[in-house]
Design a protein around this ligand. Structure first.
Ligand SMILES: O=C1O[C@H](COP(=O)(O)O)[C@@H](O)[C@H](O)[C@H]1O
Length: 439
């Protein structure tokens, strides 16, 4: 049972593990920049890691590209001067590191610890937080993946909450903070879509998340978590599915009710059948640093979802994602059938947020049928940046609206569990292959 969200106080310092890696450079530091520029940071930030950067200001500078600075209305140097960022070198699992963090923070009332660390370290981190001299009010905010399967997620949660009050524990899934994913809940509330999106009118539903980028520099992380399923399906994609297909709660903007609706939807999804799934790996993945020469870690998956829900029962639902595949949109497509002009309703999340309806129309010259697209006005997606600014801002204020919960995490592990572990049946694909050609 997910507890209702109590009102929280604002944190007065932010301690971040994971600033020196890719996540720090691409998402956490830019997220902090946007928070600062919108007046929502206002606290000292202490990065922590085993290897201190030579120059912490340079680390921040390198993470601010001109486009990002342009969005803030400040120069890169102003941003670097204004953000109160320092670094403590140390291992998250050692007491000395926490003494050093305490010394650096001085007299704070509510530090927020944001840990982008492998799941195997999180239990030790919670123990160190509890044993440290940091105030008991300290909040612990953890990145995904939480655990390695259903049982380990439950064990990890128990171990952490033996040390830390569950009210001070926050689980991040930054897709829940993407504006376009949040829009899905309201889109489903729209009467015309509510009428159209029902099993009797639907031929199929697809959820596709093609990623052009590969895993250069991330081999160790990716091998450690076990590839595409724990990296994006168990969390981001099932959260997107849950946001799109759950019954939207009556009251808009009720984070607890939305979370309960997502849990209900996830509970209705059967464990994925490996015999109706395809796993793949792109050529060249095994040549990356920290990747085994005979790695059986998948970088692509195509799976069918079976949902026991009146609205979706019997509709084939396919979810596909891969690294280093041909470019394409991250979108959910409800393919319609039957009479009328409308052919599909498509909610696109990346690269542009959009909700569009594809219609058949008569070509006045040939009298044949062509497809026209009626599209909502869209905004450019700013990648993960806005989502990370939201997540970090929520970590500071203690807002749970865009956080995930143990119930969601555990249900998602249950769904993907049949696909976990090494596989002997891995389809090889050349970088740049379209999703359609791999499945
Ligand atoms: O957490 C992760 O998310 C990214 C995709 O996030 P986005 O906001 O940039 O779309 C994914 O590429 C990465 O492998 C995964 O660890």
């Amino acid at each position: 049972m997910t507890p209702r969200t109590p009102r929280s106080e604002r944190g007065d310092a932010l301690v971040v593990f994971g600033l020196t890696g890719d996540l720090g450079h691409d998402e956490l530091l830019p997220g902090l920049v946007l928070l600062h520029a919108t007046g929502r940071l206002g606290v000292p930030v202490v990065g922590v890691g085993r290897n201190a950067p030579d120059d912490i200001e340079q680390l921040l500078r390198d993470a601010i590209d001109p486009e990002l600075a342009g969005r803030t209305g400040l120069t890169i140097e102003q941003l670097v001067d204004e953000i109160d960022l320092s670094f403590v070198e140390g291992d998250a699992t050692e007491a000395q590191t926490w003494n050093d963090i305490h010394d650096r923070l001085g007299d704070v009332g509510l530090p927020v610890v944001y840990a982008a660390l492998p799941p195997a370290l999180l239990g030790d981190v919670a123990e160190q937080v509890a044993a440290s001299s940091l105030p008991d009010s300290c909040r612990l905010v953890l990145e995904k993946p939480f655990g390695e399967d259903r049982a380990s997620a439950l064990d990890l949660h128990e171990r952490i909450t033996d040390q830390i009050d569950p009210a001070r524990l926050f689980l991040v899934d930054h897709f829940l903070a993407k504006a376009a994913v949040r829009n899905l809940v309201d889109a489903r509330r729209t009467p015309v879509l509510d009428l159209a999106l029902q099993a009797e009118h639907l031929e199929s539903i697809t959820i596709e998340f093609p990623e052009v980028g590969g895993l250069d520099g991330r081999g160790s992380f990716y091998e450690g978590v076990g590839g595409v399923v724990p990296d994006v399906v168990q969390n981001h994609l099932l959260q997107t599915v849950a946001s799109a297909l759950a019954t939207p709660p009556g009251a808009p903007s009720d984070g607890d009710a939305e979370r309960a609706a997502r849990v209900d939807l996830l509970r209705r999804i059967a464990p994925i059948d490996p015999n109706r799934s395809v796993l793949g790996q792109y050529d060249g993945y095994r040549d990356l640093d920290d990747v085994d020469d005979d790695s059986a870690v998948p970088t692509f998956v195509s799976a069918e979802l079976e949902i026991d829900h009146d609205r979706w029962r019997g509709v084939p639902i396919r979810l596909r994602t891969g690294k280093r595949v041909a470019s394409g949109a991250f979108a959910i497509d409800w393919r319609l059938r039957g009479a009328g002009l409308a052919r599909s309703v498509r909610a696109q999340i990346k690269p542009q947020a959009a909700i569009q309806i594809d219609l058949d129309e008569l070509d006045p010259d040939t009298h044949g049928t062509v497809v026209a697209t009626a599209c909502t006005p869209v905004r450019s997606d700013h990648g993960a940046l806005d989502a990370y600014a939201t997540v970090l801002g929520d970590a500071l204020t203690g807002e749970r609206h865009h956080m995930t919960s143990l119930d969601e995490v555990v249900e998602a592990w249950r769904i993907v569990e049949p696909l976990l572990g090494p596989t002997t049946d891995l389809r090889a694909y050349a970088p740049g292959t379209p999703l359609d050609d791999i499945t």
